[in-house]
Design a protein around this ligand. Structure first.
Ligand code: PRP
Ligand code: URA
Length: 265
C-alpha cells in the first residue's frame, strides 16, 4: 500500500490498513493529511454532540484544507503581468478544473473548494447507496456529452465501501476526464482498496483513514451519516449507523473485508 503523507509525522490510523493489505501489491495513491488543523477540525466534526450548523462549517473548512493539498501538483503556465514596480512573468493555473460533488453529502464541500478555485465548473452527480446491497444508485447526471474540464475533483464526504467512488470515476472516465482526484473527509480501508483496484490512476485525498466498516457499511469510528448530520435529517433509517443489521448488507461488508485480507479471493 503506497501511502503519501502530506507533511511530517506518523499515522497510527494507517497501521491497521497496512497490516490488512500486506499481500496486496496494488499501488494505492492515498494521501492522508497530517495537518494539525485538519486533525483538530476533524475531532469536532466526529463528535456526536456537534450540531448541523457547526458540522457544515467544519465540512467547508476541512474541504478547503484538503483542497489545498489535493491541488498542490496542478500545472501552472507563465503569465505576464505588471506589478506597480514593473513587468514580470508570474504563473497561473493551467488546467480547467471541474468539481464533482456527489449528492447529497458532497454538496457541503463545494463552497470550500470554490474559495480555492473560483473559476472551477461544478458538475453535480446524484448517487445514493442502496441500504441493503450498499450498491450505488445513480439518480442525477446532467454532464454534457464531452468533458469540458481537464482535472476533476470528486467531492464526497465518505469513502466507505468505495462503490459510489468507483461508479463516479466510471462515469467521469466515460465522459472523457483526463485526470481525476477523489477528495473525501474520511475513508475506510475497504473503500480505498476498492477504488484503487478499480482505478489505480485516481489520487485519493482524505483527512483520515479509519479502522473498518461495520456490518451496516458505516465507517468506524467515522462520524455517522454525513448527509444527515449536515442537513439535520435524522428521521430516516440511514441515520442509525449503529442500529440493527440486515443479512445482505452484512454479507457485502464481509466480502469486502475478506477481499482486503486476501485480494486474490
Ligand atoms: C454516503 C456518502 C457517499 C457514500 C459513500 O452517501 O455521502 O456518497 O455514502 O459510501 P460508499 O463508499 O459505500 O459508496 P449516501 O448514500 O448516504 O447518500 P446521501 O449523501 O444522500 O446521504
Ligand atoms: N456514508 C456515511 O454518511 N457514513 C458512513 O460511515 C458511510 C457512508
Amino acid at each position: 500500500m503506497k501511502i503519501i503523507v502530506a507533511g511530517s509525522g506518523t499515522i497510527r490510523a494507517i497501521a491497521n490498513a497496512e497490516r490488512r493489505t500486506q499481500n496486496d501489491r496494488t499501488p494505492m495513491p492515498l494521501n492522508v493529511s497530517q495537518h494539525p488543523l485538519v486533525a483538530d477540525k476533524l475531532a469536532i466534526l466526529r463528535d456526536r454532540r456537534t450540531e448541523p450548523k457547526k458540522f457544515r462549517e467544519l465540512v467547508r473548512e476541512l474541504t478547503w484544507l484538503l483542497g489545498y493539498e489535493a491541488t498542490a501538483d496542478l500545472a501552472t503556465r507563465p503569465f505576464p503581468i505588471e506589478t506597480p514596480l514593473g513587468p514580470m512573468t508570474a504563473a497561473c493555473l493551467e488546467p480547467r478544473v471541474g468539481l464533482i460533488p456527489i449528492l447529497r453529502a458532497g454538496l457541503g464541500m463545494v463552497d470550500g473548494m470554490l474559495e480555492l478555485l473560483p473559476t472551477a465548473e461544478v458538475w453535480h452527480l446524484g448517487l445514493y447507496r442502496d441500504e441493503r446491497t450498499l450498491k450505488p444508485v445513480e439518480y442525477y447526471n446532467k454532464l454534457p456529452d464531452a468533458a469540458t474540464v481537464q482535472v476533476c475533483l470528486v467531492l464526497d464526504t465518505m469513502l466507505a465501501t468505495g462503490g459510489s467512488a468507483v461508479a463516479t470515476v466510471d462515469i467521469l472516465k466515460k465522459w472523457g476526464a483526463a485526470r481525476i482526484k477523489q477528495v473525501s473527509l474520511i475513508a475506510a480501508p475497504e473503500g480505498v482498496a476498492t477504488l484503487s483496484r478499480a482505478h489505480p490512476d485516481v489520487d485519493i485525498h482524505v483527512a483520515a483513514l479509519d479502522s473498518h466498516l461495520n456490518e451496516l457499511g458505516y465507517i468506524v469510528p467515522g462520524l455517522g451519516d454525513a448527509g444527515d448530520r449536515q442537513f439535520g435529517t435524522f428521521a430516516g433509517p440511514s441515520s442509525e449507523p449503529g442500529g440493527g443489521s440486515n443479512d445482505e448488507t452484512a454479507e457485502v461488508v464481509r466480502r469486502l473485508q475478506r477481499h482486503l485480507d486476501d485480494p486474490a479471493s
